[in-house]
Design a protein around this ligand. Structure first.
Ligand SMILES: [Zn+2]
Length: 139
C-alpha cells in the first residue's frame, strides 16, 4: 500500500479514465463540477453518472449537476476501516439527498458532533493532489 493511496478515500484519479464518458466526468470533476447522467430514452437521472440507464439500458448523457444543498438521508460511522482508510477512522459515510431526489454517497469531513438524519449538508470538493480529486459533504 503506497503512501499516496493511504490518503485517498472515495476519490477519483483524473488520469485514469477507462471510457470517453468517464473521461468527461473526470475532466468536469477536475474543474470542481459534478456531472449527473440523464437517460436519453426515459429521462431517469443518475448520480454519480452511469453510462447506461439502469431502468431501460439506453445510453445516458452527461449534464452538469448544479445542486449543492442536500439533507442527510442516512449515514454510517466507520470505526474499523479498511487498510487504506485507517488513518481516517472513525469517519462518516453519508447518503445525502438533494431537492431533486438524487442521492450521493460521500464522506462528511467536518463534523463536530454526531450526525443527525435530516441535517443540512453542502457539497464540496477536495483536491488531494494534482491528479486526484474527491467530492464530500460539509455540515
Ligand atoms: Zn432509461
Amino acid at each position: 500500500m503506497s503512501e499516496e493511496k493511504k490518503e485517498i478515500y472515495l476519490g477519483y484519479s483524473t488520469d485514469k479514465a477507462i471510457t470517453p464518458f468517464y473521461q468527461e466526468f473526470l475532466e468536469a470533476l477536475d474543474q470542481q463540477k459534478l456531472m449527473k447522467s440523464v437517460c436519453t430514452e426515459c429521462g431517469t437521472e443518475f448520480l454519480p453518472p452511469r453510462q447506461h440507464c439502469q431502468k431501460c439500458l439506453s445510453l445516458c448523457e452527461l449534464k452538469e449537476f448544479t445542486e449543492t444543498e442536500a439533507k442527510l438521508r442516512s449515514y454510517v460511522i466507520v470505526d474499523f476501516a479498511p487498510e487504506s482508510l485507517v488513518s481516517k477512522a472513525p469517519y462518516v459515510v453519508a447518503i445525502g439527498e438533494f431537492p431533486s431526489g438524487l442521492r450521493l454517497t460521500a464522506h462528511i469531513t467536518n463534523l463536530m458532533s454526531q450526525p443527525e438524519v435530516g441535517m443540512n449538508l453542502k457539497l464540496a470538493y477536495d483536491r488531494i493532489d494534482e491528479k486526484k480529486i474527491t467530492y464530500k459533504f460539509l455540515v
